[in-house]
Ligand binder design. Structure first.
Ligand SMILES: Nc1ncnc2c1ncn2[C@@H]1O[C@H](COP(=O)(O)OP(=O)(O)OP(=O)(O)O)[C@@H](O)[C@H]1O
Ligand SMILES: [Mg+2]
Length: 367
């Protein structure tokens, strides 16, 4: 029974004979089909620029007189974000047809085997699938936006608490220290009261340094004052003191201006990587390299420890690793983690400082 719903179909096909056959197949299945025919890419481009959303599906021949193959697919895909594209290929292009799926095409059909029914099935299936994918993508985007807002709020709150602790408690303790120092002037040197005051001063100094440490752990003041690179150097220094693991750092660029929310996400990734090295790697050396590669910042943290098992690397329950990936996606950076048994781990973060802050998905690779 023919399909009743209205269907608008764009057929990009230069071969007149092939088009007539395709049109016949379409009209046999779709009762109310509006078929638009373009014989070359230039005309198709014009139609797509003006009316992309008007079509339910695009049928694309792979070799047109003015464009073909990968180039053609890339161009058409860039228009049809919400419209499924079905490639029609000949036997000779079969392998390429398969490859085209990775370029964003929804399906490929062999012209030699095309029937009205197979074409119909493919169109209905891919139109539905595209709708579901679009809904999923939309909801993933919403979740990411929410995660980003949540992360910003958490960071703001941390920053506020760090400031309060540092300024309020810190000031009060410094005041107490001054009062005790003046009190000490009224006591005889070496008597009992003087030594109690000395002990109190020692305690207060200890409390001041603990408060600084807590405030810094919540939100490193250096990050806001001197920027990301200085904060990373400080973090590595702290790490070396705490772990006893040897560290090296090489930075070949000046600190570029980076959005604060991006800086804090990169800093948190570094924190997690170093904590992981401390907890799990059994390493003796950690090397950080920050390099400028044609305006793109390449950051690497390399340890010479036991390495991460591939199954652990791909385990969706590894929350620390998952968090790093999510943070990278949020700031539009690329995160690569490569590791092999007993040959250490390298975490690489590639980030374009000139890009607009983005929520777009970027690749996260594991080797
Ligand atoms: N540099 C590393 N060297 C060796 N193993 C690592 C390294 N980093 C991570 N791992 C392994 O990967 C696992 C997952 O890391 P992840 O950070 O997700 O979790 P965690 O550190 O165990 O816990 P959490 O971060 O949630 O406190 C670790 O348990 C550890 O086995
Ligand atoms: Mg961890």
């Amino acid at each position: 029974m023919p399909h009743r719903e209205h269907f608008s179909i764009l057929v990009i096909e230069d071969n007149e004979g092939d088009f007539i056959l395709i049109e016949e197949f379409l009209l046999a299945q779709f009762e109310d089909a509006a078929i638009k025919h373009c014989k070359n890419y230039t005309t198709a481009k014009k139609v797509l620029t003006e009316h992309t959303d008007q079509f339910n599906v695009i049928l694309l021949d792979l070799s047109l007189p003015d464009k073909h193959g990968v180039d053609l697919i890339k161009e058409v895909v860039s228009f049809g974000v919400t419209v499924p594209i079905i490639v029609l290929t000949g036997y000779i292009d079969f392998e390429f047809g398969v490859k085209s799926l990775s370029l964003g095409v929804s399906d490929y059909l062999l012209k030699e085997e095309l029937t009205a029914l197979s074409l119909y099935k493919s169109i209905i299936y891919n139109v539905e699938r595209k709708k579901i994918t679009a809904t999923l993508e939309e909801s993933e985007k919403r979740v990411r936006t929410f995660a980003k807002q949540l992360s910003d709020v958490v960071e703001e709150e941390r920053s506020r608490i760090a400031r309060e602790i540092h300024d309020e408690f810190g000031q009060q303790l410094s005041g107490l220290k001054m009062s005790l120092t003046s009190l000490k002037r009224f006591s005889e040197p070496g008597n009992d009261i003087a030594s109690v005051i000395d002990a109190l001063l020692l305690d207060i100094n200890q409390s001041i340094s603990t408060i600084r440490q807590i405030a810094n752990e919540l939100r490193p003041a250096l990050l806001d004052k001197l920027g990301l690179f200085a904060a990373i150097e400080w973090l590595l220094n702290q790490f070396q003191q705490k772990s006893g693991i040897d560290t090296r750092i090489y930075i070949d660029i000046d600190q570029p201006p980076i959005n604060k929310s991006i800086e804090i996400n990169i800093f948190r990734i570094f924190q997690e990587v170093l904590t992981n090295i401390y907890k799990h790697a059994n390493a003796t050396l950690v090397n950080i390299r920050i390099e400028n590669r044609d305006g793109v910042i390449n950051m690497k943290i390399i340890d010479n420890g036991r390495g991460i098992k591939s199954s652990t690397l791909h385990n969706p329950m590894s929350m620390g690793l998952l968090n790093m990936k999510e943070r990278a996606i949020l700031i539009g950076a690329e995160l690569n983690i490569s590791s092999a048994d007993n040959s250490g781990t390298t975490v690489e973060l590639i980030f374009d400082v000139n890009q607009k802050q983005t929520l777009e998905n970027k690749r996260v690779l594991y080797n």
